[in-house]
Each structure stands twice: as structure tokens, then as C-alpha cells.
Design a binder for this molecule. Sequence first.
Ligand SMILES: Cc1cc2nc3c(=O)[nH]c(=O)nc-3n(C[C@H](O)[C@H](O)[C@H](O)COP(=O)(O)O)c2cc1C
Length: 212
Amino acid sequence: MKTDELRREYNSDDLRESNAADTPVEQFALWFQQAVDAKIDLPDAMTLATASEDGMPSARIVLLRGFDERGLVFFTDYQSQKAQELEENPRAALVFYWRELDRQIRVSGSVNTVSREESEKYFRSRPVGSQLAALASNQGEVIPNRQKLESKYKQLMETFRHKEIPLPPFWGGFRLSPDWFEFWQGRPNRLHDRLRYTQCSDEGWKIERLSP
Ligand SMILES: Cc1cc2nc3c(=O)[nH]c(=O)nc-3n(C[C@H](O)[C@H](O)[C@H](O)COP(=O)(O)O)c2cc1C
């Protein structure tokens, strides 16, 4: 397979300083809505990159489960590799790629856990099967086989039949508070648009164009 022959042109929209929103969250909201309207599969899927204390990076997909001026929220197991790395080094990066719109969004910042109330509220909104799965799985733990997981799930299903499933103490949300966002719009001849928003004070964001 020759990957260097996989070329294609980017002919989508443009991204100009004159029509970019004043804040990255507004710009993100606009592009996110356009991704939803374009019926992109999993527009909420984002790559989360973390790094251990000694600088070893790791990345995986998680789902965006809310965003506002405070940041972008995802939920996970607090015993997982990502959570351990975030405890050692509470800084992370996120990447969205929406191929159908030739768009990429990069976000970088510091990460904190969300409140237990926020995790509880989201946990309650999940289908019962997902709630049980969170309880049944210690994410990242080595298990002997699939059957062990399934029998734990069935056992929990019995235990919590007609009962409320408790929010596992080891499960909840993280919020990444952005220091910067970069919006990338693919353009013809590789002359892509890149606008970076950097937080320069408590209130304001600086917008700069980056060379593609
Ligand atoms: C489409 C997709 C969505 C996912 N969403 C989540 C998520 O929201 N939270 C999560 O913990 N893992 C999610 N995962 C699984 C993670 O990619 C990863 O396997 C898991 O979180 C363990 O990562 P870690 O060992 O680096 O902590 C998702 C995977 C895919 C492919």
C-alpha cells in the first residue's frame, strides 16, 4: 500500500479573520453545529492526548459531552491510564477531525475533574446498559477473558434490577480549560486557513493566522 499516492484536494469553505467569532467557544459552537447539520458520523469524537509525568505521550478517542466558556467535558474511568496521566500531569490536548468539511480543531489546556453533581447528572442521563458497563469495568485492567466481563455485567444486572445504579466512585468527568484553540480549514493547493485563538487575559482572546 503506497500511502504517498493518497492525495486529494480540499475545496471546502474558507475561514477568514473577518467572519471568525470573537471567542473560540463561539467559533467552536458554530463549527460543531455545522458538523451536526452535515450529519457527520460522531462529530463529538475527539482525540485526547495526555502525557505521563516523564513526558511519554498517549492518545485515544473520547466523546465530547458538553462545552461552554469553562471548557470541554468528557467522561471516563478515574483509574484508567488517561486519568492516571492527568493526575501526574494535568495538561492535555484535544483534536477533532471532520473530514466531510475538511476541518480540524485543536485545543490545548489544563484539565480538572468536574463536580460529583455534574458526573452524577450525566451518569443518570446514560442508558442503563452503559451505567452497568461503567460499574462492571475497571478500564485498562488486564482480564483473563471476555466471559469474566460478561458475567460481572450479568451479576450487576441482577443486583440492580428495579434499583437505581449508583455512580461508581471511580467514574466521572474531566473538563479541559483551553489556553488555545486552532481552527483549520482545508483549502485548494494546500493553502489552508489556520486561525489560532490564544487566551491573553482573563477576558480576551488574541486571533492570529498561521501559515499552513
Ligand atoms: C468512538 C469512540 C468513543 C469513545 N468514547 C470514550 C469515552 O467517552 N470515554 C472513555 O473513557 N473512553 C472512550 N473510548 C475508549 C477510549 O478510546 C480508550 O480505549 C479508553 O478510554 C481507555 O483509554 P486509556 O487506557 O488511555 O485511559 C472511546 C473509543 C471510541 C473509538
